[in-house]
Design a protein around this ligand. Sequence first.
Ligand code: FAD
Length: 454
Amino acid sequence: MNENRLSSFKELKARFGDRAILETDEYADYATDASDIVVKADAIIFPESESELVEIVSFCREGRVPIIFRGAGTGYTGGAIPVPGGLVLSLERLKKLEIDPEKKLAYCGPGIITIELMREAERHSLFYPPDPASYEESTLGGNVAECAGGLHCKKYGVTKDYIIGLRAVTLHGELLETGIYSTGELFDLSSILIGSEGLLAAVTEIAVRLIDLPEFGPTILAAFANPEDAARTVSQVTREGIIPSVMEYMDGDAVLCSNAYEKSIEIDGAEAILLFETTGPGRFDEADRIEKVCRRHNTIHLKRENSRDESERLWKIRRNLSKAVKEAAGRKISEDVCVPPSRLPELVGFVSQLDNKYPVRINSYGHAGDGNLHVNFLAETMEEAEMAVINEGIRRLFDKTLELGGTLTGEHGIGLTKKEFLNLEFDEPTISHMKKIKSAFDPDNLLNPGKMFL
Ligand SMILES: Cc1cc2nc3c(=O)[nH]c(=O)nc-3n(C[C@H](O)[C@H](O)[C@H](O)COP(=O)(O)OP(=O)(O)OC[C@H]3O[C@@H](n4cnc5c(N)ncnc54)[C@H](O)[C@@H]3O)c2cc1C
């Protein structure tokens, strides 16, 4: 670390005491995220108010210290990894949570964990639907920065569909107020900040709309001997205009991992499982229609649970998936491609073929209703030859996804791990305008440098 930077950190330490960490070795969690890339931070700081944040950011700009905003570090693409060094600015202690039940709104600090908002809303018979599978850990700030999707997003939409205003601190220490925090409707800055992956400003407050808590109906588990039959079921359910609140897919190997992690439901011959949840007035009729589509597509096992409590048993297999797959390998490289639901059978077929052909274990699961598929490459040795095979597989997966009219990132963002692929999906004028927006907010490239763009 250069002398100037060190003296900047010492000044921060003098001002913030034990909330500024210079000996970062003991904070190993803050050197990584779910990508498993590890880079030690030069320093870590825990502001507790917006005004402290303004102070820190202004201080870093003057000292030209890179800043990496961090929520809970559950991101899959290395967005919160401190490359190339700098200050990790954790927003986890900004924990405001106010619900206005009359207006069905919530005002949240970025450090609120997604499930904290969901639980508090539920106490008022209200619902905040965007629920990434990491909802027990991820922060709302991270959800905004990645525009997180989740299990309920098929029916209810993703994070951006619920944000009605943001407060954010820029590199120049200015406070931006968008949506309901401002008066005008010109230039929608919320939509520029949502999904900006910590490259433009620190999100310091989030206003979200809530909806009435729906009545939860039957949950259905359907098993298939052929993954493509499961994917065709998803397409057909969509084609028939049925909109379950959740429609999750997991292949046989992912189910195997889940059961090895914690035994839940084992079904002989199941090469894929679909999990459906229904809500709202037509829920029982919807559940009947879903079961019919499953039968027409050769389901080998159908199980329905009618109450929310009973259905927990079925959800267990899904909840453990991410950790279970990770535990089954030396390293899990997880891609989150997404295609139009009508093309899901082709994508699932392609992944099965890839798995059969490749000398690396591959499995997949995802929010199938949205066409989202998390394809996991499970590395054992992590040696050069194995990683080369995996990289080749990822490249083929991306080519196929784009051929099917899909996107390379359904929800996990670009961050560090996907930046070399940005130009596969976006054309040059689009990337060039993204870069111009970045430099308008951050001319010195101090906010989360080294991410998103090559
Ligand atoms: C088990 C598991 C399941 C997952 N399931 C899903 C899923 O279903 N759907 C989904 O979308 N994602 C999923 N994810 C990915 C991840 O949880 C989401 O991307 C989540 O939104 C990240 O939140 P975080 O608080 O952990 O952010 P972090 O990982 O800490 O940061 C992510 C990015 O946001 C930036 N950032 C964080 N806070 C702020 C802020 N206040 N202001 C500005 N920038 C900020 C960081 O700089 C970084 O670039 C999953 C991850 C895991 C480990």
